[in-house]
Design a protein around this ligand. Structure first.
Ligand code: F6R
Length: 613
């Protein structure tokens, strides 16, 4: 949710922190702040985007070789200058930045108030730094020991960095259920929420594990211990394979547009080394060791949130259709709290772009505790979910910076298709001929994605037709039902137009009452199997004067006669349709949002990585 960056080295940290905050801004953008230690411990913070902070601090000649920065997505306390991070301790000696929620902050605040502490902000974070201060002063502890003691009193989730005015050679970071990565440069040390602000300086990183404390000093470098004791742990250094151009817009107006256009490439990347259309095979390294257990599972449960939950629904259709294993799809947030029945005969797939979503992570932990095999489908390499699952597969889409997920969705669906093919072929559910037909067709999808992207101008025109509407309905059947949900989610999150996705046949059980001449209805009508049924659904909308925009297969005649507007996509077989039919919906939302002058990459109230409940 929030973004954290801290620096200790021989360079001026001010530009490094500012640049780092810009890279992290997709994680939260309610307010931003920095603390710089150069004799004095100075804090600058401002409500709004990082640019507001940059405007506040430019031309001040700021210089410090140690400092930290934060970009916030508000949980406790409204977004304003006071609630922005960093927060000072009462004696202004310490400062903290924090991502997460301190659940028992009210009790701690009460106890600290009784001891004479006074608070300026409404945040849980300020309570934590006062608690650290209390232990530092009372027990005369070095900073890391005071942090350790305070964290032992805290209930909740956190990633923090603390700085001490009296110790300009030290940064202390710690995490529990919120990510932190340490970057190891030649002469520089970094702490950040993810690797995006670090990668331009070093590709050597250490992922801090849950309940670990990192102490960064100029003389000893990085030392890691745990929150429960001070015994040193051996850091595991990873080399990141990420390049700077993956983090730039590359000539596109927005990251979202770049990421929509990348999809032909990212789908290919996801299949690379895993599918060979000429030799006619599909393999998934992560799956191999567990394939018998998965094929014999009582059922597969897929847990995820948001867009990843929509991929999970497509996963259900794919796995049941192609591999004949029963599948249930769960909202991770519901699953984790509803005492589900799980045994070691169940397999739980967790799907997450970021690999950090708190509810999905907790669902995976619960499944593991109950003995299920937990398999992750994740984009961000080294993320918490990727590291805690028994096995898994990366979707290899590269960094997704636009807050609205696009290329991760098609990556997840591609991975689920590969997985269904492997399982179905191995357990004998798929006929040899259908297996080879699917492989050949899947291999052709990247080219077909290019063809869909070529309809951009037409889609832009249609965006102009619906940009002033207040409501829209998205309808689809079969494999296109989750696509309808995803299309509706994209529109509401970036253009703030109310949109609902429905299975087309369910429309007559309620939503049909909404349809009149002002209601655009977007129908994903590419199905081979239920074509006549979807035609009837379109007729039902037209009979009530609804405006129909249909996504149809190239060469369609019947729907073109009845719909107001059609967008054609190349023909494919039903299970692969979502990989193509979602793309016009992504572009449609994008253009509507641009026309409505919305902040496409950083929509209001949202954040890319939801690391709090
Ligand atoms: C929608 C979107 C969110 C995420 C959801 C899960 O465009 O981005 O709905 O899909 O927050 O995030 P991950 O996949 O990172 O677990």
């Amino acid at each position: 949710m929030c973004g954290i960056i801290a620096y200790l080295g021989d360079k001026n940290s001010y530009p490094i922190l500012l640049e780092g905050l810009r890279r992290l801004e997709y994680r939260g953008y309610d307010s931003a702040g920095i603390a710089l230690l150069n004799g004095e411990l100075s804090v600058y913070k401002k409500k709004g985007k990082v640019q507001e902070l940059a405007d506040l601090t430019e031309n001040k000649g700021l210089f410090a070789t140690i400092g930290m920065g934060h970009t916030r997505w508000a949980t406790h306390g409204k977004p304003d200058d006071i609630n922005a991070h960093p927060h000072f301790s009462g004696n202004n000696r310490l400062a903290i930045i924090h991502n997460g929620i301190i659940e028992n902050y009210a009790t701690l605040k009460e106890a600290l108030t009784r001891l004479g502490h006074q608070f300026e902000s409404e945040t849980d974070t300020e309570v934590l730094i006062h608690l650290i201060e209390e232990f530092q002063n009372r027990d005369k502890l070095p900073l890391e020991e005071a942090v350790r003691k305070a964290l032992n009193k805290v209930v909740g989730a956190y990633a923090i960095v603390v700085i001490d005015k009296n110790d300009p050679n030290k940064l202390v970071g710690a995490r529990k259920s919120s990510p932190l990565v340490i970057g190891l440069g030649d002469k520089d040390l970094f702490i950040a929420s993810d690797a995006t602000p670090i990668i331009q300086y070093t590709n050597k990183v250490v992922y801090l594990n849950d309940e670990e404390i990192a102490v960064l000093t100029r003389d000893k470098g990085l030392e890691i211990s745990t929150i429960s004791n001070d015994e040193l742990q051996e850091p595991v250094i990873h080399e990141l394979d990420m390049s700077m151009d993956q983090l730039e817009k590359g000539g596109y107006e927005h990251f979202m547009l770049k990421e929509i256009y990348q999809q032909s490439q990212t789908i290919s990347d996801c299949m690379r080394g895993r599918l060979n259309a000429i030799e006619g095979w599909v393999r998934l390294g992560g799956l191999e060791e567990h394939i018998n257990r998965i094929n014999k599972a009582n059922r597969i449960i897929i847990a995820a949130c948001g867009t990843s939950w929509h991929s999970a629904l497509i996963g259900e259709y794919l796995i049941e259709d192609l591999a004949r294993i029963p599948v249930e799809v769960e909202y991770a947030s519901e699953f984790r709290y509803r005492n589900p029945i799980l045994t070691d005969k169940d397999v739980v797939l967790v799907i997450s772009q970021s690999g950090e979503t708190a509810d999905t992570l907790a669902a995976a932990e619960l499944a593991k505790e109950k003995g299920a095999l937990v398999y992750g489908i994740v984009n961000v390499v080294g993320s918490s979910i990727a590291r805690m699952t028994h096995a898994g597969s990366y979707i290899h889409c590269g960094p997704e910076i636009g807050v609205a997920s696009t290329k991760a969705f098609t990556g997840q669906v591609t991975l689920l298709t590969l997985m269904s093919l492997v399982l179905g072929q191995r357990n004998g559910s798929l006929s040899n001929s259908y297996y080879h037909q699917l492989i050949a067709e899947l291999a052709s999808i990247p080219d077909k994605v290019e063809k869909v992207l070529a309809s951009n101008e037409k889609i832009k025109y249609l965006a102009g037709e619906i940009k002033n509407t207040n409501n829209t309905l998205y309808l689809g059947r079969g494999y296109n039902f989750p696509v309808a949900l995803e299309g509706a989610l994209k529109l509401k999150e970036i253009s703030y137009i109310h949109a609902e996705g429905y299975p087309a046949a369910e429309m007559k059980h309620g939503p049909i009452a909404l349809i009149d001449e002002n209601m655009p209805v977007i129908v994903i009508a590419t199905n081979v199997s239920a074509y006549e049924k979807i035609v009837s659904n379109i007729m039902e909308v037209k009979a009530r004067k609804g405006i129909v925009i249909a996504i149809v297969t190239e060469g369609d005649v019947e729907i073109k006669r009845i719909a107001d507007h059609c967008i054609e996509i190349p023909s494919t077989i039903d299970p692969l349709t979502p990989l193509l039919s979602v793309i016009p919906l992504q572009l449609l939302s994008y253009h509507v949002a641009v026309m409505r002058q919305c902040d496409v990459d950083q929509p209001r109230n949202l954040a890319k990585s939801v690391t709090v409940e």
